[in-house]
Write a protein that binds this ligand. Structure first.
Ligand code: GLY
Length: 252
């Protein structure tokens, strides 16, 4: 079993302890359940609940001072769920996870809020972080002992972007991708990642994982921050970035 977590492209190494804690929690859940979806979401929740990260409670603010969150979860057995512009829920990744077993794969704004409330999540003001840059999207990829892979990702987006803006995080193939061969997540400038359909193209590159991810970050100009993490079904696990990106790997 394996887990890789990242704390966001562009984030300071000072938050490495928070990413390590996320990976430890994910591995604990993986050992208890052998369920990579529960493990990847548990790890992501640790970072959503840590105010130093740009997700959940520490999310950055839109240009009107509000928090709007995007999140996604996907599994190697072909399920996915994503929410975008969800407002005032502490753990958006849990709302995205609920969509795994629905026919609908993605919900936005009011629809996402209605769905979350119907599923029993409590809506309460998420103040977010008024600090300067606190990194980008956080996330985790986990693999169970029987080879199943899941990915989970969550973000407050990019500071100052307009209300209703959608980044890469909830976009299938851009910010996340998962099938029986690979689980892969991106973090960084959402517009640039989306334009490159980054996760799917990195998967298609399909050399050894390290080469594929290093090729992927080079799709963007050096000054456009991006990071990628992935686990492949042959057990390869890797993370890289063209900027600082705290990440943590645990294998058992
Ligand atoms: N990568 C997150 C965003 O651009 O929203």
């Amino acid at each position: 079993m394996k887990i890789i977590c990242h704390g966001g492209a562009g984030h300071t190494p000072k938050v490495q302890d928070g990413v390590d804690k996320a990976a430890e929690e994910g591995m604990k859940i993986l050992k208890e359940t052998n369920n990579p979806t529960l493990a990847a979401t548990a790890a992501t929740i640790v970072m959503e609940d840590d105010f130093r990260f740009n997700a959940g409670t520490g999310s950055c603010l839109r240009d009107d001072g509000r928090v709007q969150n995007d999140a996604a979860v996907a599994t190697s057995d072909g399920r996915m769920g994503a929410i975008t512009n969800l407002q005032d829920f502490k753990n958006p990744v849990l709302v995205a996870r609920e969509l795994l077993d629905e026919f609908v794969t993605m919900l936005a704004g009011e629809g996402a809020i209605e769905f979350a409330l119907k599923k029993g999540f409590k809506q309460s003001k998420v103040k977010g972080s008024e600090k300067g840059w606190t990194g980008d999207t956080v996330g985790a990829v986990a693999q169970s002992s029987d080879g199943k892979i899941s990915v989970a990702s969550s973000t407050g987006g990019v500071r100052g972007r307009p209300v209703g803006r959608v980044g890469d995080t909830p976009l299938w193939g851009s910010g996340f991708y998962c099938d029986e061969n690979i689980g892969i997540l991106a973090t960084g400038v959402g517009e640039a990642i989306t334009e490159q359909l980054m996760c799917y193209r990195v998967y298609q590159y399909n050399e050894n994982l390290e080469e594929a991810l290093e090729w992927g970050v080079k799709l963007l100009p050096k000054d456009t921050g991006v990071g990628i993490i992935a686990i492949r079904n042959d057990g390869q696990i890797y993370g890289t970035s063209n900027t600082s990106m705290p990440f943590s790997i645990i294998e058992d």
